[in-house]
Design a binder for this molecule. Structure first.
Ligand code: HEM
Length: 402
């Protein structure tokens, strides 16, 4: 496992790769975009108190939606997606959206569709053998959605440009536009701050910042409904440590069991099983195999997250993987859902903060159960096929604890 970290990966050309942005690019453009994204995402709150406040505010909206179902069974997909998406939207565009705003809901719904399609067998085959599988229908569908998402962003950018004040940037997109304007005024012509990089980076942040975290949260709620005794232990800890006051990130260090449940959810759900495709940036010998520079490499995170030599019960939901004999939280080297190395997930800090606050606040208010007539055993943990592994379609009851 450690040797894997020595490989210096760079992503390869791919169905969704136009060579721009922070996710599907490499070389100097990637370096510049990653650095700029990290600095600005932090400036706009990532990992800080300001962001914590945004997540707390969004929890209130999400809880209202859950309450409206009055304990009856419903599908958590859309509401959780919208709530999580609003966090990255606040950071990128400088504002959240109403859950009934069709511009927003269509952007979230189609982005999730695009992510699902890009993991379909036909697209996977296309990625391996592009010259044979270039005509597959899902490719056309992905292009249609991408064009639609770009059009929506062009409209948002156009409004941001009209109202831009470089001294008072509202979010990442403003900061990018201000930097671009500044470079143009200084007559720098060869910079990476061009419209294509703005578009691709915003699309990357929106997709990566919505689907992954929302999917993980939905797995956590499903697992709570399936394992009521574990849910009881989470409720006990939430009541004892927080009671009815507002959850804060600092609470995490006093809540080892809840923290272990979140980590174990991420491990078992294994939502990005193949990370992103990379290429070896130099010749390397790995576990006795010679890998030539330029070879496409898929770092299989599953092989680490389910490694039998690392985990006592790799195929079982077992929060004790992250607890010592005294019930204290323990970090595990093989916990790698965000990948590792130079291309490690750029949003890890944000995702961890979101998962803790959303999950703990939801657990403070609700108990999750299977729908009437469905037993805990009936709840299916088989993932739906996609680029990220989502739970299969299901409904849950959110019963108010108040
Ligand atoms: C539970 C939530 C998340 C998980 C499990 C996750 C996982 C991953 C993984 C496995 C990668 C690929 C790393 C590689 O290439 O080997 C990645 C990349 C990335 N993630 Fe996340 N991610 C999550 C949340 C987020 C969030 C909230 C953001 C938003 C800021 C984000 C932004 C990105 C970006 C921009 C990259 C590309 C980084 C680069 O190539 O330099 N992710 N993520």
């Amino acid at each position: 496992m450690k040797k894997q970290l020595l490989l210096d990966y760079l992503p390869i050309a791919h169905e969704l790769n136009k060579g721009h942005g922070v996710l599907w690019s490499n070389g100097d453009s990637w370096k510049e975009m990653r650095r700029f994204a990290l600095t600005n995402l932090r400036d706009f709150g990532m990992g800080k108190r300001a962001c914590e406040d945004k997540i707390i505010e969004e929890c209130d909206y999400l809880i209202e939606v859950f309450k409206k179902h009055k304990g009856e069974a419903f599908d958590t997909t859309q509401s959780v997606n919208y709530a999580v998406s609003n966090i990255i939207c606040s950071i990128v565009y400088g504002n959240r959206f109403d859950y009934h705003d069709p511009r927003f809901t269509s952007m979230v719904d189609t982005t999730n569709k695009r992510i699902q399609l890009s993991g379909s067998p036909s697209i996977q085959m296309y990625n391996f053998f592009p010259w044979i599988f270039q005509w597959v229908g899902n490719r056309r569908e992905i292009h249609k959605i991408t064009t639609f998402n770009k059009q929506q962003n062009l409209e948002l950018f156009s409004h941001l440009k009209e109202t831009l004040n470089p001294q008072m940037c509202r979010g990442f997109a403003d900061a990018f536009l201000a930097k671009k304007q500044n470079l143009e005024e200084s007559e720098v012509t060869n910079s990476y701050f061009h419209d294509d990089n703005l578009m691709e980076t915003v699309l990357n942040l929106f997709a990566a910042g919505t689907d992954t975290t929302a999917t993980t949260l939905r797995w956590a709620l499903l697992l709570m409904a399936k394992y009521p005794k574990i849910q009881d232990q989470v409720h006990e800890e939430v009541n004892r440590v927080i009671g009815s006051r507002q959850v804060q990130v600092e609470d995490r260090r006093n809540m080892p069991f809840t923290d272990a449940v979140i980590h174990e959810t991420q491990r078992l759900a294994n939502i990005v099983p193949m990370a992103l495709p990379h290429k070896a940036s130099q010749d390397v010998t790995f576990q006795g195999y010679f890998i030539k520079k330029g070879t496409t490499v898929y770092p299989l995170l599953t092989s680490v997250l389910y490694d039998e030599s690392e985990w006592e019960k790799p195929n079982t939901f077992h929060p004790a993987h992250f607890l010592d004999k005294d019930g204290k939280f323990v970090k595990r080297d093989a916990f790698m859902p965000f990948s590792a190395g130079r291309r490690i997930c750029l949003g890890e800090g944000l995702a961890r903060m979101e998962l803790f606050i959303f999950f703990t606040t939801i657990m403070q208010r609700f108990r999750f159960t299977p729908p009437p007539g469905v037993s805990e055993d009936d709840l299916d943990l088989t993932p739906r096929v996609g680029f990220t592994l989502n739970p299969s379609p299901h409904e849950l009851c959110a019963v108010s604890c108040e």
